[in-house]
Write a protein that binds this ligand. Structure first.
Ligand SMILES: Nc1ncnc2c1ncn2[C@@H]1O[C@H](COP(=O)(O)OP(=O)(O)O)[C@@H](O)[C@H]1O
Ligand SMILES: [Mg+2]
Length: 331
């Protein structure tokens, strides 16, 4: 049995953050000199999963106060805030936030709306991973071959051939908020798809994926069950489009399952550290997650297939809950 899904000891934070916290602890101990006010603009569902009593308690001890933002009113009329934490889309909110950033440059906005937008569109989402093209002695991290299509569905098979993509392909809606994914095994089924889409080569990975959560300079990784391998038989016997709605949300934890160790072994920590550091820097984001798979039959070839900003499932990533507080103190 393979157990444990945590990279590094529980509760460990990166050296930079730890030093910053220690410094601040020293500076404010025993009681915080002034509260750090964190305004949050989150959906009620998100706020509930994120702002659990434990986090509020931890934050209070560090002198951090969470205050709900009314996303319909100018931010200057609310607050004052030291930090704005947000994950709302919508033009009205974006505009309010941009105005506020311009007039209040001293306030830290976690994270900048432009940087978040990069992850909301599947065409740009994996661009940085692709450009990074990470190869070191611990492994390689790539993006599956993919193609953006926004043409007449009948022309998709030819476009796929021109781009050199091999079937089967995962069809993903351009807007990352939609999880209506499907798998196409043959050229005819490609003509039944509904663009705009990103078509991505399906990579066999033994039915297990890794969700890597990045919170500032802390990393946590958990295993999830994923789609099974596709073999030659599946390719010749399956015609049509197979939909797998919300597979990622339904995916069960595979942390305690009895799995083939070659499939279940977590990606090497040094590799994840380089990947996380580079992506943090290139994307300008501090709260995001990466979905990673290991190419079946290899030990060190990984693919990033999806990324999300300020991911859900905070209850699932205990360590990160504690890590958010140091980030808030640090920035
Ligand atoms: N290129 C791929 N190769 C193999 N499996 C994939 C690929 N892309 C997605 N999947 C599977 O589909 C699931 C959902 O895909 P993902 O891109 O993470 O979309 P979302 O999480 O937005 O629904 C993944 O968790 C994985 O199980
Ligand atoms: Mg996903």
């Amino acid at each position: 049995m393979v157990s444990g899904g945590c990279v590094g000891p529980e509760g460990e934070v990166g050296p930079e953050v730890a030093a910053a916290v220690a410094e601040r602890d020293e500076a404010v101990a025993p009681a915080p000199a002034r509260e750090l006010v964190v305004g949050y603009a989150l959906t009620s569902k998100k706020a509930k999963s994120f702002l659990q009593p434990k986090l509020r308690g931890l934050a209070r001890k560090k002198g951090i106060l969470f205050v709900a933002i009314d996303h319909k009113r100018p931010l200057s009329d609310q607050g004052p805030f030291d930090i704005v934490l947000h994950k709302l889309t919508g033009k009205g909110w974006q505009q309010l936030l941009e105005e506020y950033r311009e007039t209040h440059p001293e306030v830290t906005v976690l994270d900048p709306p432009g940087a978040i937008a990069h992850l909301l569109d599947r065409q740009s989402m994996l661009q940085e991973v692709s450009e990074l093209d990470l190869t070191d002695r611990y492994g390689k991290v790539r993006v599956p071959k993919q193609l953006f299509v926004n043409t007449d569905p009948l022309s998709i098979p030819a476009a796929v051939t021109r781009a050199g993509l091999s079937l089967p392909l995962v069809a993903k809606p351009l807007v990352a908020k939609s999880h209506e994914l499907s798998l196409a095994y043959d050229p005819t089924s490609l003509t039944k798809l509904e663009p705009p889409l990103v078509l991505q080569e399906f990579v066999n990975h033994g039915g297990v994926m890794f969700k890597v959560y990045i919170v500032g300079d802390a990393i946590r990784v958990v295993r999830r069950f994923s789609l099974p391998n596709v073999d030659e038989g599946d390719l010749s016997n399956n015609a049509g489009v197979f939909r797998f709605p919300r597979v990622s949300c339904a995916a069960a934890s595979a942390d305690d399952a009895d799995l083939d160790p070659c499939v279940a072994e977590l990606p090497p920590r040094p590799l994840l550290e380089i990947l996380a550091r580079e992506l943090r820097r290139r994307l300008g984001l501090r709260l995001f997650n990466i979905d990673m798979i290991r190419e079946h039959g290899t030990r060190d070839r990984f693919y990033v297939i999806d990324m999300n900003y300020f991911p859900g499932m905070w209850s699932d990533i205990r360590t990160s809950l504690e890590h958010i507080v140091p980030i808030l103190v640090y920035y």
